[in-house]
Design a protein around this ligand. Sequence first.
Ligand SMILES: [Fe+2]
Ligand SMILES: [Fe+2]
Length: 393
Amino acid sequence: MPEQFPKTKVDLEDLALHEGAPVLLRRALAKLAAGEMLEVRGDSSELVEQLAAWCRKEGHRYLGEGKGPNTHRIERGAGLAPLMASGSHVAEVADPQWGLAPRGARIEAGGPEFTFTLCRKREIWAQELASIYKQAVGNQWSAARDIPWENLPKLPGDLEAAVCQIMTFLTENEFAALYVPARFIARIHPHYREVVEVLAVQIVDEARHAEAFTRRAEAGGNGLGTSAVSGQLSLQTLLEEPDFTTATFLLCVMGEGTFLTLLKFLEEHAPDAVTSTLARLAHRDEARHVAFGMEHLRYVLEREPERRSLLAAAVERRSRMLAAVSGLSPYVYDALAVLAGGGISPRQIREGARQVAALHREMDHARRERLQSLRFDAEDARTLSTYHTKNFM
Ligand SMILES: [Fe+2]
Ligand SMILES: [Fe+2]
């Protein structure tokens, strides 16, 4: 066997293995191809005793002492597991073997396989993710810091009770809006991290909304109102939707879209500055959630136009499941009428009821516009808007 010459050398001086010498050894060995030789010089007595064992552990071959004083020879082995690249561009299909590695990283082969079930770009992607995320992070607010709690007036009993009832209804809807994306995040392949990031902030938004609305109900001394079966049945059908795109359509486009109109109405008719500020800040967040939903649906429908009829079928199916639910819960309807009328005299109730009817018309109008901007034709948009749950979400 011809004598092998070292391809490169490293001088460790008196650095011992336990003091970090492997950092320099690995850097030197990384420059070699398998089979090439490294000469190591070092004064630490540890090297003589432990270098061979270290080489075995790292997948290299210790060839013994070298010619000079305090020198050793190492043949580079295959080293640790081979590396693969996940690429820095967003792939159409993400490999389960990439696991939790960030996109663009080199990845050791042979890692565990994760069961991410949403691993195709077209199942989850949207345009504008970076700008939606940037806005979301930039517009975070705090229920403790940004709400004028000290200005909450003592309202007449009926008005305060109406606000508390509406806060109760809002809070249970916020929870649904939190749980739906939360259910899907764990299924999305981390290769598509922008989607995960947008959904994660969305969850934080909903947690803050639930906290703030509950706090408003408690701040006036009344506490929370009544949660209706009809509302919970409607939200359950949303929580149980197994398909990401359908769930996003039902939640972000149909539900949160309808809530945009509701929150505007509440901001306008709120009897106190705390309630109107809450409605305004929540509306700003919901507008982003709706924007994500619209962008995702646009992305999917451009590639699979036939999905429109499946989405329409999902709205209709949900409406059939809720056939026993005749309309908005009377607790919520009455509270909205009292709030918008400003009290409970017959004159005020007439005005409040008129405003609530106008709210329903405006919700329907906005839903149809949104559907048509997703290129549902006018007739389908009208039908779907009518089928949408009377519970708003
Ligand atoms: Fe919300
Ligand atoms: Fe939301």
